[in-house]
Design a protein around this ligand. Structure first.
Ligand code: BG6
Length: 514
């Protein structure tokens, strides 16, 4: 049998030499994430010839479905959500290696059946396959799935070798410190940490990966990246969308669990951590943990370090939209926050005394995720003494999305005889420099899972360090119910109390466009 006869999927699909023969199993195969992100990501990896030469996909879900029906659903969702046009020739090659396996997540027999299915596929392929399990189910079944990987022997496949089984776990990773510790313990009973890939899709975004390059490959920045030169840092992750059809999930999550505890904290960690000893995944993750552990505990209560709020009716993209309480699957007396803002202090040599402001919300004025580093103004600057000049603080704005790029704001003299200055922007835009055809976060992360690179995934102690900070806050809000919950009109930049968080230091949110 020649190389290319062994399996229908072999026909020249791999230019990624490091990707071993792989069987990817998606648990939660009929879920929203699978349709919108995972299947399109696999398809786009195939377009770029980045999938392993021997590759099989198994969708695992509770609903019984023949392979053919799952293939038809997958083709439909890929066509709908792919970032590049659907090419039937490429799809046909994936389709031939796509299967469906039905079973309950807490049923050990279903996992034995899955193991047998993988063996059958291996026989047909004439090669053994590394197992990569992608858990994209509701969190209530995470532990059962992990335990069943242990019981069925799926977790131990290839243990200690490059192709040992790998498990990719979607968020939410716990809902507080105790549940995250418990989930980590269940995982540790069944897998080695080297097999575990906790996903935070923000780490897969190009601009987020570029943070390391920006900071550590441009040595002119490092001398400025500290409390002597930085006045304060703002991180905004604002969405224009409301909760849409995800009310059932969101009602038990809220903005803090959904965005702050994970995505926004990862942006903070990469922005503020010290330089890692090397680009090795463990060195980077060590530095992120050290940073998260040096954040001072939050002051709770009125006038403290956190503000939460819920959107009321307003306008989104010029169209009237309902308030959160009128959304589908939301309790009329819900205390769930759709906006959260924090003021953080990092107690280390680099950052002591520099406020870090973080905020995230749904139904805000614009979709924008950015990190803004504002530098200090000289106390006795040459121009500061002359009231004719209006000198703006220097600022570096890293725009994570949309319109990815970064901008350095400097002062310049306005041409002419008048003594006038004006802030100007030195701007780099990904689309202008590299074109706009960049891979989606999930493409990078699935590929990294397959080749076993954990740099862009979160370690167990990292998630616990973040939950340690947030748990007392979330408990205090749960106890208070709606008391102290602010509101903001849909389509605004959040409640006034969110602005007041910055006022003691004379700061203001940099609302996009300002
Ligand atoms: C998800 C949240 O993790 O991230 C969603 O659950 C949110 O509520 C989404 O909309 C935002 O991701 P992105 O990549 O669109 O910024």
């Amino acid at each position: 049998m020649s190389e290319n006869d062994r399996h229908p999927f072999l026909a020249g699909l791999s230019k990624h030499r490091g990707a071993p023969p792989t069987c990817l199993v998606i648990f939660g195969a009929s879920g929203d994430l699978t349709a919108r992100k995972l299947l399109p990501a696999l398809y786009n990896l195939a377009v770029d010839n980045l999938l392993p030469a021997d590759f099989a996909l198994i969708g695992f879900g509770r609903k019984p479905l023949p392979d053919a029906e799952f293939r038809a659903i997958a083709a439909r969702e890929i066509t709908r959500f792919t970032r590049r046009p659907f090419n039937p020739d490429i799809w046909r090659r994936i389709e031939a290696a796509t299967y469906y396996q039905a079973g309950e997540y807490d049923d050990p027999a279903a996992f034995s059946a899955l193991a047998s299915r993988i063996t059958e596929i291996e026989k047909a392929a004439g090669t053994s396959l590394q197992l990569v399990s992608y858990i994209s189910t509701p969190p209530t079944v995470f532990e059962s799935i992990v335990e069943n990987h242990g019981r069925s022997g799926l977790a131990a496949r290839g243990l200690g070798t490059q192709t040992e089984s790998k498990i990719i776990i979607e968020k939410p990773f716990g809902r507080d410190l105790a549940s995250a510790v418990q989930l980590n313990a269940v995982i540790a009973r069944n897998f080695r940490e080297s097999q575990v890939f906790r996903i935070d899709h923000y780490l897969g975004k190009e601009t987020v990966q570029d943070l390391l390059v920006l900071r550590f490959a441009n040595p002119i920045l490092e001398p400025l990246w500290n409390r002597r030169h930085v006045d304060h840092v703002q991180i905004t992750v604002a969405e224009e969308l409301g909760v849409g059809s995800r009310g059932g999930y969101y009602e038990h999550s809220g903005a803090t669990r959904d965005m702050l505890q994970n995505h926004t904290m990862q942006l903070l960690a990469l922005t503020a951590m010290d330089a890692p000893a090397s680009l090795n995944a463990e060195h980077i993750r060590d530095q992120k943990v050290r940073l998260l552990e040096s954040i001072r505990s939050l002051q709770l209560g009125k006038g403290g370090d956190a503000v939460r709020a819920q959107y009321t009716e307003g306008l989104s993209g010029g169209e009237p939209v309902t308030g959160y309480l009128a959304e589908k699957d939301i309790s009329a007396t819900s205390g769930t926050e759709t906006f959260c803002a924090l003021r953080l202090s990092i107690e280390n040599d680099r950052w002591s005394g520099v406020p870090f402001y973080l905020r995230s919300g749904k139904r805000m004025a614009r979709r924008v995720s950015e990190i803004s580093i504002q530098f200090k103004q000289p106390v006795d600057g040459l121009f500061a003494a002359d009231s004719r000049y209006d000198i703006a603080p220097n600022r570096l704005v890293i725009q994570i999305q949309p319109d990815e790029g970064s901008t350095l704001i400097l002062n310049s003299k306005v041409p002419g005889l008048e003594p006038r200055t004006q802030p100007v922007r030195l701007s780099f835009r990904y689309a202008a420099t590299y074109g706009s055809d960049t891979p989606e976060a999930y493409e990078r992360l699935i590929l990294d899972g397959i080749v076993g690179d954990r740099t862009l995934f979160i370690r167990g102690d990292e998630t616990e360090a973040s939950w340690r900070l947030f748990t007392p806050l979330l408990q205090s809000w749960a106890a208070a119910g709606r008391a102290g919950l602010e509101t903001y009109p849909a389509g605004s930049w959040g409640p006034a109390a969110g602005d007041a968080l910055l006022a003691p230091h004379g700061h203001a949110w940099r609302n996009a466009g300002r």
